[in-house]
Design a protein around this ligand. Structure first.
Ligand SMILES: Cc1ncc(COP(=O)(O)O)c(C=O)c1O
Length: 374
């Protein structure tokens, strides 16, 4: 089965991991700081905290945003469940705002309509790698006294009006799962400029431990002393994986070119196929495409999914609207809440897109899809 997404690992990645394995540090060593510094080169200099996965990154971001019981987080239903689940884990209530029909990104108009006195955070998701409308979202959150979080699991390497992802929100989270733009197997990061929140993110990643004597309540206890002032968890990313991340980052510029080439080729080869809408790009956005999401018309998405899979093409559906999950139904969320997202979901199909996808594999995808739809 041809996957819809997968990693690209070459000899330089293997070498980086082997070197780290032979070093003194498997975790909490120098590769962690080095990976964070390298990552900041892609986030416009915004400092980064690397963590064990993208879900942990969201949890860390919500913790650093200090949300808790009684607070509301507005987010998109067109995302992986983790964007909402981690806010709920912090005790917040999640409010879903509908998406824009072309990009499937959260609609600023719907966000504004969803604001209440309890809104503390708006979390945008850069669906498929295409940044959300950050100018509007920043204005809305500034007016409301709320924080803006970007779930950039799909969009490391993208930019919006010339500004890189990582500079567009108060906190930005990344995932390094194998299908993502770079991978560390499992991994993630939070980019945050504000120093207090940066420090909170670092502490939450590592049990909340305070090791700096100047910040401790009992600094004279002894050299071994460490304190916990607020609970955290172990969300650390090992050195071995940070070494892989650094190596992947060195390849990210070429990944971007390769993904763009494949997207252009899909756009061209599928342009005249009936019953299909191809993904769009707004003029002011320079995306690194994580997904190639097409829309299948006339109620045929299920049939096309089944026939593509039967033909060995591992298409995917991204995403079931988050509040359709039974856990949200049990909390009282009802279908129909975000009609644009639901309509998008009913038609969406992600075609295989990854760096090492060959032209002949891509031709197989196009040929089968064309045969089904013509
Ligand atoms: C939009 C989005 N947010 C969050 C996550 C969670 O990332 P991870 O799988 O690294 O925990 C994912 C990954 O599937 C995602 O696609």
């Amino acid at each position: 089965m041809l996957a819809y997404g997968r990693q690209s690992i070459d000899g330089s990645d293997v070498e980086a991991v082997v070197d780290a394995l032979s070093s003194d540090w498997l975790t909490t060593g120098p590769q962690v700081d080095a990976f964070e510094a390298d990552l900041a080169g892609w986030t416009g200099g915004t400092p980064c905290v690397v963590v064990s996965n993208g879900t942990a990154a969201l949890h860390v971001a919500y913790a650093a945003a200090e949300i808790g019981r009684g607070d509301e987080v507005i987010t998109s239903p067109m995302t992986f469940v983790a964007t909402a689940a981690t806010a709920i884990a912090q005790g917040a209530r999640v409010v879903f705002a509908d998406v824009e029909p072309d990009t499937a990104n959260i609609d600023p108009v719907a966000v504004r309509a969803s604001l209440t006195a309890s809104t503390r955070v708006v979390t945008a998701v850069d669906y498929a790698g295409h940044p959300a409308e950050y100018d509007d979202l920043r204005k809305i959150t500034a007016d409301a006294g709320a924080l803006l979080i970007a779930d950039a699991a799909h969009s490391l390497g993208s930019s919006y009006r010339g500004a890189p992802v990582g500079t567009l929100a108060d906190l930005t989270t990344f995932s390094f799962f194998p299908t993502k733009n770079i991978t560390t197997g499992e991994g993630g990061a939070v980019a945050v400029a504000e120093p207090t929140r940066l420090e909170a993110a670092r502490r939450f990643r590592s049990h909340g431990l305070v090791r700096d004597p100047q910040r401790q309540r009992e600094p004279d206890e002894g050299g071994w002393h460490q304190e916990v002032h607020a609970f955290g968890l172990n969300y650390r990313l090992p050195d071995v994986l940070c070494a892989l991340g650094r190596s992947q980052l060195r390849r990210l510029a070429s990944f971007k070119v390769k993904r763009a080439t494949l997207v252009d080729r899909y756009d061209e080869l599928l342009a005249d196929v009936p019953g299909l809408t191809l993904p769009t790009r707004r003029d002011w956005v320079d995306p690194i495409r994580h997904l190639y999401p097409v829309r299948i018309h006339d109620g045929r998405r299920r049939e096309v999914y089944d026939r593509m899979r039967a033909g060995g093409i591992g298409v995917q559906v991204n995403y079931i609207p988050v509040y359709w999950h039974p856990v949200f139904a049990d909390l009282g969320y009802r279908r129909g809440l975000c009609p644009v997202a639901e309509e998008f979901y009913r038609e969406e199909l992600s075609l295989p897109l990854f760096v090492d996808l060959t032209e002949s594999e891509q031709d197989r995808v196009v040929d089968l899809l064309t045969t089904i739809l013509r």
